[in-house]
Design a protein. Structure first.
Length: 375
């Protein structure tokens, strides 16, 4: 019987990508007893009752079959109306299986092998790997130490092969929210070099100092906006998001969705529609206080950029550690789970802390991290 050698069967494409470093931390976490878990990428609050009810109603009224590929009409209409009010333009919209679904469809629709994608470093880890999976080349722009958009750095990364520039606001892993001026400059850069601007706003409802400025309005004809429901409404497992942008691109992504995801989960689309009317201001307030608590507890010991949204901090590891991984290993030995910056970056100098946990754990975890940092 012939031996089944993985190298014989697994594609180069698949083998070019390694398992997420976050998974490795999760594996370690499984062995710890009652750790302070600062590694989680989802809120610790529950889905709003109205959203759960709308989804149960959808199940009970037999809305369990496929939907049309682009998404159910009432959700599309609602999203289009909201975007029009917010941005003063009417983009085409596609309901996607999470923002990850939107990212993959966009990259499949846009990239030929060798096409370059300019990505701010640190970045959400899927961008790098998804670009590679479709044969594209990620080109990273160093945004340290404050993780803001600096047009000259991005411009220097653009080449004739650049098709796309990716921004996330609020960002994972830094929590930085781009201001209107930065978004305008990004749109102008895209215009100057005739490239598409992809803006990932999955955390846009979780903004603590001011509402996130709308990204779509600066160059709506070349901006692809991706938004999701998972983070804001505690429904990450429901796999719901949407893409909004130029009709030619949304049509192409819809065609590809037809042959891949088929449609976003049917019952979750009814839940998502209800989510758009759910009041999460209490959670936003609670997370604002958590953000302030972490800033207060870590600020004196670590160098950090104060995040304006999301639920992450990306502090710098003290210089006495050779790299962030060494610091993270020491933290894990002390029962605190954090993620080394190398998972999100070409550098290994920072760590990601998610404060989507109880205040008690935040207090305990920050105290331990400060103790380790001081040595
Ligand atoms: C910036 C960013 N974009 C997209 C995603 C993926 O979102 P979804 O769960 O909707 O696929 C995440 C999840 O961590 C994220 O942090």
């Amino acid at each position: 019987m012939a031996e089944l050698r993985p190298e014989r069967f697994l594609s180069q494409r698949s083998r070019s990508v390694d398992a997420s470093g976050i998974r490795k931390v999760f594996d370690l976490a499984a062995k710890l007893e009652d750790p302070v878990n600062f590694s989680i990428g989802q809120p610790d609050y529950d889905v709003p009752a109205s959203v759960r009810q709308a989804t149960i109603d959808a199940i009970q009224s037999r809305k369990n079959g496929y939907t049309v590929t682009q998404g159910i009409a009432p959700l599309l209409e609602r999203v289009r109306g909201d975007l029009e009010r917010e941005n003063g333009c009417s983009p085409a919209v596609l309901v996607t299986s999470g923002v990850s679904g939107g990212i993959l469809l966009a990259l499949m629709a846009l990239l030929d092998p060798g096409d370059e994608v300019v990505i701010g470093d640190p970045y959400f880890v899927i961008y790098k790997h998804a670009v590679k999976l479709v044969g594209g080349v990620p080109v990273f722009v160093d945004t340290y130490p404050d993780f803001r958009f600096r047009v000259e750095r991005y411009e220097a990364a653009v080449t004739p092969r650049t098709k796309l520039m990716v921004l996330a606001s609020p960002s994972n892993p830094t929590g930085v929210v781009l201001n209107a001026d930065e978004l305008r400059q990004a749109a102008e850069l895209a215009e100057r070099h005739n490239i598409i601007l992809l803006v990932d706003e999955i955390y846009n409802r979780l903004a603590y100092d001011a509402p996130c400025p709308p990204a779509l309005k600066h160059a709506p004809h070349r901006t692809l906006l991706l938004r999701g429901f998972g983070k804001s409404y505690g429904m990450t497992g429901w796999r719901m998001g949407y893409a909004a942008g130029p009709a030619f691109l949304i049509e192409e992504m819809t065609k590809l969705q037809q042959y891949t995801f088929v449609c976003a989960p049917s019952i979750a689309q009814y839940g998502a529609l209800a989510a758009l009317d759910a009041d999460i201001s209490g959670h936003v307030e609670e997370y604002r206080r958590k953000r302030d608590l972490v800033a207060e507890r870590l600020g004196g010991t670590f160098e950090l950029a104060r995040p304006g949204g999301g639920f992450y901090f990306f502090p710098r590891v003290p210089a006495r550690f050779p790299n962030a991984t060494a610091f993270v290993e020491e933290a894990i030995r002390n029962n605190v789970l954090i993620i080394p910056g190398s998972v999100f970056s070409q550098k290994d100098t920072h760590f990601r802390l998610s404060y989507a946990t109880t205040n008690d754990k935040i207090e305990r975890g920050c105290e331990i991290l400060c103790r380790i940092a001081k040595g």
